[in-house]
Design a protein around this ligand. Structure first.
Ligand SMILES: [Zn+2]
Length: 257
């Protein structure tokens, strides 16, 4: 594919990132995403189209609302840029021979969109929303069966392990160690990664959690208040294993031999 194609994919990703920011905020505020124009979270004045260009407007405005001068959070440009890069990466990894779009590409763009939603929402508000997790679980399951991406058996085993793993912890600790949201996220992970890669995803999430927590302790930035929610590690691990799960398993088995 040409550079121009990837440039368009990147710009599309930026726009999706802009939409994602708006959707996260509107979900939190109980506002509909389909009605009403973009508005400033503080003064609620409508944001005009030229102040709403992903990445660019934010810097032209020096990260301030044109009307009330409220600082625009770093979350906005960061999510836009991240979505641009992620879309570029997915399009490259799932590219087809002679087509601009493959079904696998659409599937993974959609999954990445929801994983980023879950990641940011959990990081910001410490909550894993069922409205993002459960519909995606069902859609991925049905599409995977229809398109023969995974067998239904391997997805059911994956989902049972993913959800079961967290359910046991939830049950033993009476809901103190983890929340119900983690159980449902485990279910989603199991359907996306399926057996046996769900195991890799769970292990990787704990490795990521340990590495980041240790880094925070070393940098003395850790206190109980700032603890990173576990759902964020689960989403990152799911993303990595979706694309590089087989390589990770191969690398690990290589270490054993
Ligand atoms: Zn404002």
């Amino acid at each position: 594919m040409s550079y121009f194609y990837y440039f368009l994919v990147f710009v599309f990703g930026l726009m999706v990132g802009s939409f994602l920011n708006a959707w996260i905020w509107r979900t939190r505020e109980n506002l509909s995403i389909v009605s009403g124009r973009s508005m400033c979270p503080r003064c609620r004045k409508q944001i005009l189209w030229y102040d709403n260009i992903p990445l660019i407007s934010c810097f032209l405005l020096k990260r301030k609302c044109r009307h009330c001068q409220e600082k625009i959070s770093w979350q906005y440009p960061a999510v836009e840029l991240a979505m641009g890069i992620l879309f570029l990466l997915v399009a490259y990894l799932r590219k087809g021979e002679n087509t601009f779009v493959t079904l696998e590409m659409l599937r993974d763009l959609g999954i990445v969109f929801f994983l980023v939603f879950i990641f940011i929402y959990d990081l910001k508000y410490k909550e894993i929303l069922d409205m993002a997790v459960l519909p995606l679980t069902i859609i991925v399951y049905l599409a995977s069966v229809a398109e023969n991406w995974q067998t239904w058996q391997s997805m059911i085993i994956g989902a049972a392990i993913g959800a079961g793993f967290f359910f046991v912890q939830f049950f033993i600790s009476n809901g103190k160690w983890i929340g119900g949201g983690d159980i449902r996220l485990g279910l989603l992970m199991g359907v996306i990664l399926s057996w046996p890669n769900i195991i890799v995803g769970l292990i990787l999430a704990y490795v990521l959690g340990a590495v980041i927590s240790l880094t925070q302790v070393v940098l003395k930035k850790k206190n109980l208040e700032s603890e990173t929610p576990f759902g964020t590690y689960l989403t990152v691990a799911t993303f990595i294993v979706m694309f590089w799960g087989d390589q990770i398993v191969g690398w690990y088995l290589g270490l054993l031999n």
